[in-house]
Design a protein around this ligand. Structure first.
Ligand code: PSU
Ligand code: MN
Length: 311
């Protein structure tokens, strides 16, 4: 696509060849590496996720900003760098991009920025753990992730395990509805809540096969409707957490954030790290497993997407 005339973008040779041949590619984010998990599990997980994409027939493209260059297809060294830097890497959402690039910094890309760079490279499918959303108490703080706005405008499908229960799931769904973003439940009628399979909220539409999801996305684009699509994929039963355990951890983490005055871009990483500690690492294991599960589904959808012929 428009890779040749973008001096800021560097697509790896492998990803570039796959895109040119029309083979399936899956984008992966990097804030989950730097800010979402501790070292060295973050690096191990990022490499396992890439492997899972390959096993399911697609080419992985981990996305980040390295020394100011937008990279679609990070090297293992790039991933190791971000994993070691952790929160020293700049958490880069849409608004942060110009400064990170102009100052040639290392930026870990959020869901929003990963979508932007994926679209620049011509990648349509992206797998992650959870997306940002409307935070609890947003009616006062107005803390609403830029991820939602990005889903409204950028043509990339995001496969996740649902918005995390640290958020206000009802308001997150309302926001997505207002913005015209389809919320698909993969083999479920109920929105999954990241650590658990159930939230009590219904999805927009249940679809049961990767092909149906690929066809819905291709149709959306052919209709000329801007924006992406959210595919929610419940964590496998054996890795889901007991609801009382996770709810208690979330309440405690939220109370600590309030007491310590944590807000803005620091809030999500703070909550994730606290929940991991409060659950003595159990939440981290669930997090790793659901990302692997999403990577596999995203690769299967990307494979279908590369063959759908519509109308
Ligand atoms: N949710 C997770 N793990 C994460 C994130 C969200 O379960 O690592 C990261 C993603 O990169 C997401 C970002 O795009 O947090 C959202 O941050 P904020 O709420 O500040 O927009
Ligand atoms: Mn926020």
């Amino acid at each position: 696509m428009n890779t040749t005339n973008n001096p800021y973008l560097s697509v790896s040779p492998e990803v570039s060849r796959a895109l040119a041949d029309g083979r399936p590619v899956v984008a992966l984010e990097s804030t989950i590496i730097s800010h979402g998990m501790p070292y060295p599990q973050n690096v191990e997980t990022a490499l396992r996720v890439e492997e899972e994409v390959r096993r399911n027939g697609a080419v992985p493209a981990t996305i980040a900003i390295i020394g100011g260059t937008l990279k679609a297809g990070c090297t293992h060294e790039d991933i190791e760098l971000l994993g070691r830097k952790g929160t020293e890497a700049v958490k880069t959402s849409r608004r942060d991009m110009p400064m990170v690039v102009a100052q040639k910094l290392d930026g870990a890309t959020t869901v929003a920025t990963t979508m932007i760079i994926a679209a620049m490279a011509g990648i349509e499918v992206f797998a992650t753990g959870g997306i940002g959303g409307v935070h609890r108490g947003a009616e006062k703080t107005m803390d609403i992730s830029a991820d939602l706005e990005e889903l409204a405008m950028t043509p990339v499908m995001v496969v996740c395990a649902g918005p995390k229960a640290i958020l206000d799931l009802g308001l997150t769904l309302e926001y997505l509805e207002t913005k015209g973003v389809p919320v698909i439940g993969y083999r479920t009628d109920e929105l999954p809540a990241f650590y658990t399979r159930r939230s009590g909220f219904g999805v927009d539409c249940r679809l049961d096969t990767p092909r149906q999801i690929a066809e819905a996305f291709r149709t959306k684009r052919l209709l000329g409707l801007q924006g992406g699509m959210l595919v929610t994929n419940p964590v496998p039963e054996q890795y889901s957490m007991p609801p009382e355990v996770i709810d208690t951890a979330i309440s405690q983490a939220l109370a600590e954030a309030e007491k310590d005055g944590i807000s803005g871009k620091r809030l999500t990483p703070f909550l994730l790290a606290r929940i991991k500690d409060i659950t003595r690492g159990d939440s981290l294991n669930t997090n790793i497993q659901l990302v692997l599960n999403n990577a596999a589904l995203a690769a299967q959808i990307a494979a279908r997407l590369s063959t759908v012929t519509l109308p």
